[in-house]
Every structure is written in C-alpha cells, then in structure tokens.
Design a protein around this ligand. Structure first.
Ligand SMILES: C[S@@+](CC[C@H](N)C(=O)[O-])C[C@H]1O[C@@H](n2cnc3c(N)ncnc32)[C@H](O)[C@@H]1O
Length: 198
C-alpha cells in the first residue's frame, strides 16, 4: 500500500491508532463497523468481567488497534496468556509492533481452532468478542459461537460489546443464555457489555 502524506510525515513511526483505525474502516467498513477505537473505560469494564484460571488463556477477537488488548494487559493478564485475533493484515502487523509479547493470530475467527495453539484448546478462560457480530449473517454467527464454546471449558461465558441497547446476538436462536454485565457512557458511542453462556 503506498504511503500517503500523513504517513510519509511520520515514516518509520507507528501511525496514530485513531488515524489507522479510520483508514481501515474506510477500506473495510463492514468488518470494522466503528470509525474509532474503543475507549479505556470500555476496556476496563471488559477486563473486570474476564475470568481466567492460572493455567488458562484469554482470547480476544478483533484486536483492531489494540485498546482492549492494552486494558487486558493493564488488568494483569500476562502477555504470554493473551491471544488476539485480527483478520486485517495491516492491523495484525500494527498489533505485533505495539504488543510484541502478545500472540497475534492473523485470520478469520471462524477458524479459531486452526489459529490457536493446540495446547490452549479447551483452556480459554474467556473469549472477548470485538468483531461486529450484529452485522454477520446468523449462519456465520452460529459457526463463530459454536467454535467459541469448543475452545472454552464447559460452563464459561464469552463477552461481547455493542453500541445497541439490546443483545447484539439472537441468543435463543444461537442456543445461549445472555446477561448484560455493564454499560459505559465513556465510549463513542456509549457501549454495553454482554456475557453469553450455554
Ligand atoms: C469494531 S472493531 C474493534 C477493534 C478493537 N477491539 C476496539 O475495540 O477498538 C472490529 C475488529 O474486528 C476485526 N474483525 C472483523 N471480523 C473479523 C473476523 N472474522 N476475524 C477476525 N477479526 C475480525 C476487524 O478487522 C476490526 O479490527
């Protein structure tokens, strides 16, 4: 991809996350879904609801420019226990540079069991879903949700955040129970966090 003028001015330095996020939104509006990265307040709300036993890992879906990744690390999840999946190669490269100790899984989370090292399958304490599930057809949502429950121990929940007031997932049709665990005004736009279990 050719460097544009803003990037040329900062050649060699990482681009500002908001600018990179906006550019990736222009390239892929449906997979990005938002024009701006999540806020630290939303990241902290999510991190407070993450559960993990010492031998378990946390997997984040849709790292973007990494605002949630950063909050998960700040909340004490060791980088060696954090895996962040990202479908956009530009963003995956950016994440690798920002978080060299976090494992960045580049690809589509529908294939999570091929992306995650085998020893962690069934050992994922919480999945944090940051991909725009609401824009994905129900059949593809079903694949993503079924895969999530295959990588977590029985009885766990995954977290998803949304700007809509209702559940971003049709949980009954997808065979799940849903619980809203929090809300923050300090995000553009304000966001809700939901937990889903089976
Ligand atoms: C709304 S953004 C969230 C980014 C970041 N977590 C945040 O909160 O600012 C959604 C991200 O999910 C990624 N994404 C969308 N579909 C994906 C998929 N099927 N597999 C992996 N990543 C995906 C997009 O490229 C984008 O970076």
């Amino acid at each position: 991809m050719p460097l544009d003028r803003a990037e040329a001015a900062t050649a060699g330095k990482a681009p500002h996350p908001a600018w990179l996020f906006f550019k990736r939104w222009m390239a892929n509006p449906l997979t990005m879904a938002s024009i701006t990265p999540s806020s630290p307040a939303l990241g902290r709300l999510i991190a407070r609801n993450v559960r993990r036993e010492p031998d378990e890992v946390v997997v984040e879906y849709g790292g973007g420019t990494g605002p949630i990744t950063r909050c998960l690390l700040e909340a004490g999840i060791p980088a060696s226990r954090l895996f962040t999946a990202e479908i956009d190669p530009n963003l995956a490269n950016y994440l690798r540079r920002q978080f060299p100790d976090v494992t960045i899984l580049e690809g589509d989370v529908r294939n999570i069991r091929q992306m995650l090292p085998e020893q962690h399958i069934g050992k994922v304490g919480t999945v944090v879903v940051g991909i725009p599930m609401i824009l994905i057809p129900l059949s593809a949502q079903q694949v993503i949700v079924d895969e999530i429950f295959k990588i977590m121990p029985e009885g766990r929940y995954f977290l998803a955040y949304t700007y809509s007031t209702g559940s971003p997932l049709k949980h009954k049709e997808l065979g799940m129970k849903a619980r809203r665990v929090g809300f923050t005004l300090a995000n553009i736009p304000p966001a809700h966090v939901w937990a889903y279990s089976r």
